[in-house]
Design a protein around this ligand. Structure first.
Ligand SMILES: [Zn+2]
Length: 706
């Protein structure tokens, strides 16, 4: 890991704002470098990211096959930008692309490039004159380092960043001679084209591939640090739907650079905050930056028109709230749409005015949500997801998304914890661990959870949690069967609608369901029996016809099959739902599931005061931090018809919000300020509890307690 020679924190770990202009090939004809620097200075950025090279060089390179922009002429666009940035004491990140090169490179070095199965070169889908480079070739170990050395020698940038590499998506399978050799010598054959851990060859390839990524990452870090020890290489990571192991990639990264620029398709607005939670779980001890697209990302998307101001602002706000530094990104030096400029200026300059309150020491969350990497990477994967509904694949992240939505809707404060970080030490600070269908788990991870429960920690788990090892090989029993209190009693059942949960007897988890004796059932479930024959509160009513109405009646009104297990083990409490209630909630939106999860969590917390409690209308996401000057409560206002379908194009203010905030250690608070509204808030402190009212939240509010 690159460190400042002085022993201070490295510069990228304290970076809070970055500006990123992606040059295009024509830019050298017209680009006004000083004007662009002026714009980014108006955003109070601390670093600029201009293009260095890779696909195209924006400086007069002499590295063979490193193609200069055909419009470069006598200009040195990268050099001019570095000089301009230096003049204003801005850091410079050389933005590189290692993924494609031109025909002449392919003719001279065919061994650098990926081949299809039929031996033809892989080309870029939109720009077929570009050839895809192969990770296992010397392009990565010789050509790219040669370019880094040249840039370093001439300009000495503070960092290098590679667009699109390594990424977190599925592994590439290449049929070039290098890769054939790797397959023969290291993986036991050519791996399947799709993610499929049922194949022993795929599993070996996954390890060989991740090893190669780590080897290249280290080589590049060593190369860029040759001129200055503080120079850092950053790969492109963004990760909640990762196939590649984000933990391993993140640990290789001195600087965690996420690339979650906006929504593509019907994703919920909170995807950026979710990204930040995962990044923080892995890289809280380092700098985390997230690229925010100012262009209109969506499906379809537009690279040259602006994202609506409200959508872009909320995306930047989520990055900041979740502990990441936003890097504001535009493409091309001659914009025909400049509406995005003021959006960035307005938010970034506010961020700069309040910078100290974005220097986080740690979160105050009392709940941990397991990020189940193995399940998310490999679950039921055979190229086509095994389980599909109405032609739609069931995504391995659906369970996490459903639980996330329930947590957000009920205003819990929570952190993500990566499965590889499960240990007594990391779990100690949390009152409960929530496990959204971690079907694939290592024995060691089961053991860490067992130890946590033995020490008084509470656990909520759903569906197939621990039924398989990390590669998806079925266990004879739940790996956590002793904790969950159940034994599997047959194969998974589903998808079935119109099944129910019958409330057999009262329980605190079932409060608030007055007026009904049944609740909607999960779409899939694992039939289970209890290890100890105890009565239970919720039993399965199996599905029955939903049509025609004459046939719509339960054939059985309750069964001996539990639909939930609530275990009181002294200070530890365990909740297990054999159904996929998290995913069923994500899919249906039925609020009974959200209430059930929320009630279960409150029961597990057993009366302990939440770190922050916010009362009032609206859908908000909360973050609470200990900061350098004190504490902050971040309130993101998602109350909006554009919540799950881009774009948010107006704000619907919420407030007043009555707030209770627990100050760790009972530190005496002198001042409570709403930073976005720029006003003092009156407050009362009794012991550790500070109460105040936030009058209105338009888009986002940060309450600073100092
Ligand atoms: Zn290859």
């Amino acid at each position: 890991m690159a460190q400042e020679a002085t022993g201070k924190s490295p510069w990228y770990s304290t970076l809070r704002r970055c500006g990123h202009l992606n040059f295009n090939e024509q830019d050298p004809l017209t680009m006004d470098v000083e004007a662009w620097t002026d714009y980014f200075l108006s955003l109070k950025v601390q670093a600029l990211m201009p293009n260095g090279g890779g696909i195209l060089a924006f400086y007069p390179t002499v590295v063979p096959f490193h193609r200069r922009s055909q419009f470069l002429g006598s200009r040195d666009l990268f050099g001019e930008t570095v000089a301009s940035a230096r003049k204003h004491k801005l850091r410079v990140v050389a933005r590189m692309d290692c993924n494609y090169a031109y025909e002449d490179a392919f003719q001279a070095h065919p061994e650098w490039f990926e081949l299809n199965k039929d031996g033809s070169p892989k080309r870029h889908a939109e720009c077929p004159w570009l050839y895809k480079t192969c990770l296992f070739s010397a392009y990565f170990t010789e050509q790219i380092p040669a370019i880094y050395r040249e840039l370093n020698e001439r300009y000495g940038p503070d960092a290098f960043y590679t667009n699109g590499w390594p990424g977190t998506e599925a592994l590439e399978v290449c049929h070039c001679r290098n890769c054939q050799k790797v397959y023969q010598e290291q993986t036991g054959g050519t791996p399947p084209e799709t993610t499929d851990t049922r194949s022993a060859v795929y599993r070996k390839y996954y390890e060989v591939y991740m090893d190669r990524v780590a080897e290249v990452w280290k080589l590049w870090q060593d190369t860029v640090a040759q001129k200055s020890r503080t120079c850092v290489y950053a790969g492109n990571l963004s990760g909640v739907r990762a196939v590649k192991d984000v933990h391993r990639l993140g640990k290789a990264a001195a600087w965690f650079y996420a690339d979650n620029q906006g929504r593509s398709g019907d994703e919920p607005i909170w995807m950026c905050a979710q990204e930040g939670r995962l990044a923080w779980a892995i890289a809280s001890d380092r700098g985390i930056t997230n690229s925010v697209g100012s262009y209109a990302s969506s499906l379809p998307g537009w690279r040259h028109t602006s994202k609506p101001r409200q959508e872009a602002t909320l995306w930047m706000a989520q990055a900041a709230a979740s502990g990441m530094a936003p890097s504001y990104h535009w493409l091309g030096g001659q914009p025909m749409d400049t509406r995005w400029k003021e959006t960035g200026r307005s938010f970034f300059s506010w961020l700069a005015e309040n910078e100290s309150h974005f220097r986080n020491r740690g979160t105050l969350a009392n709940l941990a949500v397991l990020y189940p990497q193995s399940t998310i990477s490999f679950y039921a994967a055979n190229g086509q997801r095994e389980r599909r509904l109405n032609g739609q694949p069931i995504e391995s992240t659906d369970y996490l998304e459903g639980m996330y939505a329930a947590l957000l809707g009920n205003r819990f404060l929570f952190d993500f914890i990566h499965e590889k970080d499960l240990s007594a030490a990391t779990l100690m600070k949390y009152r409960a661990l929530l496990i959204p269908n971690a079907a694939y788990m290592r024995d060691s991870e089961c053991e860490a959870i067992r130890t946590y429960v033995a020490s008084g920690g509470s656990v909520l788990a759903t569906f197939e949690t621990s039924l398989y090892n990390e590669w998806g090989e079925p266990r004879k029993e739940f790996g956590l069967g002793d904790i969950l209190g159940v034994t599997a009693a047959g194969a998974m059942i589903g998808p079935l609608g119109n099944s129910y949960m019958h409330m057999d007897k009262s329980h605190p988890v079932l409060e608030g369901f007055e007026g009904t004796t049944i609740l909607p059932g999960a779409e899939f479930r694992i039939p289970v029996t209890q290890n100890k024959s105890e009565t239970f509160s919720l039993s399965v009513i199996p599905n029955y016809p939903a049509f025609p109405p004459e046939m719509v009646y339960p054939r059985v009104r309750s069964t001996n099959e539990p639909a939930a297990i609530f275990r009181d083990l002294g200070s530890a409490r365990v909740v297990y739902f054999p159904g996929d209630i998290d995913r069923t909630f994500q899919r249906s939106g039925n609020p009974d599931f959200s209430r059930l999860m929320s009630n279960a969590i409150r029961w597990m917390l057993n009366g302990s005061e939440p770190p922050a409690a916010v009362e009032g209308r609206g859908l908000v996401e909360l973050f609470a931090w200990e900061t350098e000057p004190g504490f902050t409560l971040h309130i993101l206002n998602y109350t909006n018809p554009g919540l799950t379908h881009p774009y948010i194009s107006d704000f619907y203010p919420t407030g007043p919000l009555k707030t209770r905030f627990q100050v760790p250690g009972g530190r005496k608070i002198q001042r409570v300020r709403a930073l976005r509204n720029s006003r003092e808030l009156s407050f009362r402190q009794v012991g550790e509890t500070v109460t105040f009212e936030v009058p209105e939240v338009m888009d986002y509010e940060v309450v600073a307690l100092t």
